[in-house]
Structures are given as C-alpha cells and as structure tokens.
Ligand binder design. Structure first.
Ligand code: B16
Ligand code: MG
Length: 225
C-alpha cells in the first residue's frame, strides 16, 4: 500500500453493507431453531446483526426458552455454520448490495485505504464468492477477534493495519452495535440502512449507491481539526 498517498481510510462491515448475508444467516439459524421445536421472526433476526456466533445462539435459545450445555452450544453453532456455508456457496458477484462494488472502485481510484471490519468467521469465502477480495488493503474478521462489537477492536485493528489513526477512518455499518463500536474507536460512523434503526450514525445512506465520497471525507476532516 502506498502509505504516503493514503491519508484516510474506509472500513466496511460485510454483512448488510457489502452483501445481504443476513437473510442467509436467518435461514440457517431458523433451521436450527425449527429443529429444536420453535421459530423466530425476521424482526427478531434484526437483533442478530453484527452479533457474533455464540452470542447469536444464546439470544435465539432465550427466545425459544431453551437451555444447552456449552458442548451442545458448540455442536449447534457448528451445525448452523455448516448450513450457512451451504448457502453462501451459491453467492456470486451479483449478490453484492447495490452500489457496493462501484463505491469500492471509486474509493480505490481516489487512493483511499480500504479495510474490512466484520464479526464473521466466514468473511473470506464470502469476499471470494463476490470477487472483491483484491479491493482490500486489510481484512479483519471474526477469526482474529477477542471482543465482539460494540467493542471497537475490529475497527481499531483495521485502522492500524492501514497505518492510519482511527480518527482518519470512516466505518460503514448496518448494525447499531457496529455504529457504537466505530464511535467508541474515535472513527466517523456512517450508517447504511434505515435512519430510524441507526440513530447514532453521523451520516446515513440507504445503500452504498447513495454514498458520496466527498461527504464522508469532509466528516473525517471535521474529526481532525
Ligand atoms: P459467522 P458483520 C456478522 O457479520 C453478522 O452480521 C452476524 O449476523 C453474524 O452472526 C456474525 O457476523 C458472525 O458470523 O457465524 O459467519 O462467524 O455484520 O460483522 O459483517
Ligand atoms: Mg453488518
């Protein structure tokens, strides 16, 4: 990475920002819940966005009024992950969310640092299926994290891997816990999705299709008076 020309960085969440895998996580978790004799709604699924695998399982079990030993939880999470992996195998570049690939291209052309900041341990195969791995100067995902969002670890590791101060980075997130993590880390927080569900974000876009690089950069500049 040509450090001297990259003085700001964009850190992208994966699920819900670059690709809509939330619906696939939902299908796989629902299959698990159904196998345990209960169901949960799409609205409840919203609460799982950006939440790590075991924390998601704990929430789902509480919705179904079920308990499991730690060993049973690991087995259940592994089963869900196998079902999820069957689903992501069918992803193609067409499954990138609207505007995502164009925005990555525009950021790369402007020589902005590009990092991934995802809680998912399946981020690499998803990026590969979408054909966008090469856009990233740094990839931070669930495999290397000790703390889940809203802890800022994922984004701090992303800024550090780009050799940028956190204040020189903007985070693009679809989950409330992710916006909280970005703000805790001292970064600009850009909400992707409904303004109502992400009240703490400093700027909102419905999708990356509406996102404007200059608006984001001007917020980063304000963050560095
Ligand atoms: P996995 P993100 C998160 O990804 C998802 O939003 C969340 O629903 C999922 O449970 C979590 O990754 C862990 O995913 O089971 O694949 O490791 O939004 O942080 O990119
Ligand atoms: Mg997300």
């Amino acid at each position: 990475m040509a450090k001297e020309t990259k003085d700001v960085g964009f850190i992208f969440d994966l699920d819900g920002v670059l690709v809509d895998t939330a619906v696939l996580h939902y299908q796989a978790w629902r299959r698990l819940a159904n196998s345990l004799g209960f169901d949960f709604s799409e609205k409840q699924n919203e609460e799982l966005k950006g939440v790590g695998r075991i924390d998601s399982l704990n929430k789902i079990l509480s919705w179904g009024g079920k308990t499991m030993t730690e060993e049973e939880k690991i087995n259940a999470a592994t089963q869900k992950n196998e079902w999820y992996n069957e689903l992501i195998r069918h992803l193609t570049t067409k499954d990138a969310l609207p505007g995502a690939i164009d925005f990555l291209t525009a950021a790369r052309n402007r020589r902005i640092g590009i990092a991934l900041g995802s809680a998912s341990k399946n981020a690499l195969p998803v990026l590969d299926r979408l054909g966008i791995t090469d856009y990233f100067d740094a990839i931070v995902d669930g495999r290397s994290l000790t703390h889940n969002k809203p802890h800022p670890e994922v984004f701090l590791k992303g800024s550090s891997a780009m050799h940028l101060e956190p204040s020189r980075c903007a985070v693009f997130e679809d989950a409330e816990v992710g916006i909280e993590a970005a703000l805790k880390g001292g970064m600009v927080a850009i909400g992707i999705g409904s303004k109502d569900t992400l009240p703490a974000a400093q700027l909102h876009y419905d999708t990356l299709k509406q996102a404007e690089i200059d608006q984001v950069i001007s917020l980063i500049r304000q963050n560095n008076p």
